[in-house]
Structure formats: C-alpha cells, structure tokens
Design a protein around this ligand. Sequence first.
Ligand code: NAI
Length: 344
Amino acid sequence: MIKVAFYDTKEYDRASFEKTGSSEIEFKFLETKLTADTADLAKGCDAVCVFVNDTVNAEVIDKLYEFGVRMIALRCAGYNNVDVKHAFGKIHVSHVPAYSPYAVAEHAAALLLASVRRIHKAYNRTRDFNFSLNGLTGFDFHGKTVGVVGTGKIGRIFIDICRGFGMHVIAFDKFPVPDSGIEYVDLDELFTRSDIISLHCPLTEETRHMIGSDAISKMKKGVVIVNTSRGALIDAEALLEGIKARKVGAACLDVYEEEADIFFEDRSGHILNDDLLSRLISMPNVIVTSHQAFLTEEALGNIADTTVKNILSCFENDGICDNELCYRCGDVEACKKARKQRCF
Ligand code: NAI
C-alpha cells in the first residue's frame, strides 16, 4: 500500500479522490497546508500530495526526504511553489499538466464578461429591486483587441473564445507556436495595442511582476486586465495605483500574489489583514474570485485520475512517470524523460 499525506484537503478534493477507488493508495487527508512546521505529519508516508499554496521549499524537501517521502505529487499544473532543483536526486515531483484548460479559459471569459457588462453589479441591484441602469454601461467585445500573454493550452482556448466574440487577437509568448495563425507581437506592442489583456503564462523569475507600473504606463486608458494564471505576474500595488489613476478600466483577478494565507477559506466575519487586497476588492471595477478557475466537475475528476496514475507509475514497475518534473524541464538536450527514462 502506498501511503500519501494529502495536504490542504477540501471537501471537493476528498470526494473526487475517493471516487477514483484506488485500492493501492491510502490517503491521509489533512486540512493543514504543507509548511516546514507541518511536514512532520508526512512521517511514515511514501508521498505527499500538494496544491498551489503548499510550501515546498528546500527546508520542507529536506524534512520530507529525511522522513522517507520519495514523491511530491502536485494536484495542479503550476509548480512555482516547489524547489524542483533542490528536489532533484532526492524526491520525484509530478504534476497534472492539463486537467481542463477549458475550465480556466472559460472562467477568464466569465470574469471578463461579468466585469465589462457589470453583471455582478446588476445581480446585486435586482435582488434589491433596484432596476436602475445608471453606471452599468459596458462595451462591445466585437472589434476590440485582446492581448494574450502565453499561448499554451489555456491561452489558445481563450483565444478561440475571444475570436468567437469577433475580437482581434494579438499574443506574446516566449516560445511562439509555429503555424498557429496567431499574430505574435512583442510585449510592449501588446501593452500599447490591447483593450483587454489576459495572462496565461507560468510564474517564473522572468515573468514575476510583468505587469508593473512601467507596463501599465504603456497601456491604453481603460484597459481591462484579466489574471487567471498566478498572482505574482502582477504587481498588485502598481495595479491599484493604475486603477486609482483611472488608467486601468477594470481588473479581473482569480489569483493574487499574497493569496496563500487568504484564499480557499471562509474569512467572512474576520478582519482581513491584507490592506492591498481589501482596497482592490473595494474598487467598483475589480472582480476577485479565489483561485476557482480550475473548479469544474470535469477538472476535479481529471486531477484525481491523473494524480493517482502519477503516484502509481512512480512507485510501480520501472518508476517512469510521464508527468514527472525536474529543474531541467524545457531543456530538450538534458531531458531524460523525453528518452523514456526517470529524471534521476
Ligand atoms: P502551458 O504550459 O500549456 O502554457 C504556458 C505558455 O506560457 C506556454 O506557451 C509557454 O511557452 C508560455 N511562456 C513560458 N514562459 C513565458 C514567458 N516568459 N512569457 C510569455 N509566455 C511564456 O500552461 P497552461 O496549462 O496553459 O497554464 C497556464 C498557466 O495557468 C499555468 O502556468 C498556471 O499558472 C495557470 N493555471 C491557473 C489555474 C487557476 O485555477 N487559476 C489552473 C491551471 C493553471
């Protein structure tokens, strides 16, 4: 039996993982997040299963390794919270590269529609029998230019959705997709030409705060910024300044740089200590959802199935897991996985 400490468990995680009916894996469902202080709970386990806001830095990896943990199974796509370089040679890391890119792209479109057509405001008004239209004027998507940063799985679905609305799409990607029919431009041009900007690239040292005061200064007045990728792609203070200066017309945020200790929990009735987030939420032209873009039945089912498959393939037979990650991911020359071998 493979024992897995499952950190940051929510009701919907437990339901979807129990539905997989795997008899070879015993999950130890824990409500707490993984941190250096909670790593001890994985003692006696072969693997840990973690999500976006668990801390998997060098200190945590060393502790897990000491306890005999040999695998970190991420139940998400992004892995910016894992020190994959430090884990190399000690603990295998896997992720779920695609569980439903539709879920995330559709949520980005939902946020955008709600924001531009003021649906969130209209909903509150009509519930209060306020049928006034003042302040609810939106704009047509048709004919507008949308700038998409990152044209991977999610970015390309979002592009298709935008094209369905009759929007003109321009994009930036560090690795443009050849023959995709996408009009690639450099980032500065994307900033200056776009009416709407949607972020779909990973968080790396290079992309951290890619939307800061400098980028915002180049944007069109009234630009709508959508972020369903990772919070730290945006410098939230610069965004707030852009909104206060009436430069940024609206922001749709499913992710926030400092979300780790805030999102995914019911904090109503508590005083929120994060002044920046409070101020952003108080803005009439900001919509915040708490990292829920992935949350569809289809995505949860795929996440559970793929994570279970990753765990089984890492511990059984030759240990080769198609979804293993290592710090050399993207380095075609060094990649052992591409040659059907274990990363180490
Ligand atoms: P993907 O790997 O298919 O696509 C990422 C794209 O970004 C690739 O085309 C890549 O070339 C590009 N890229 C890499 N570095 C770049 C850079 N410096 N500048 C511009 N583009 C760059 O990933 P996928 O599945 O499309 O996911 C995108 C992001 O969405 C993930 O990294 C993750 O952070 C986020 N995500 C958010 C979820 C949510 O619930 N809010 C759920 C799933 C993913």
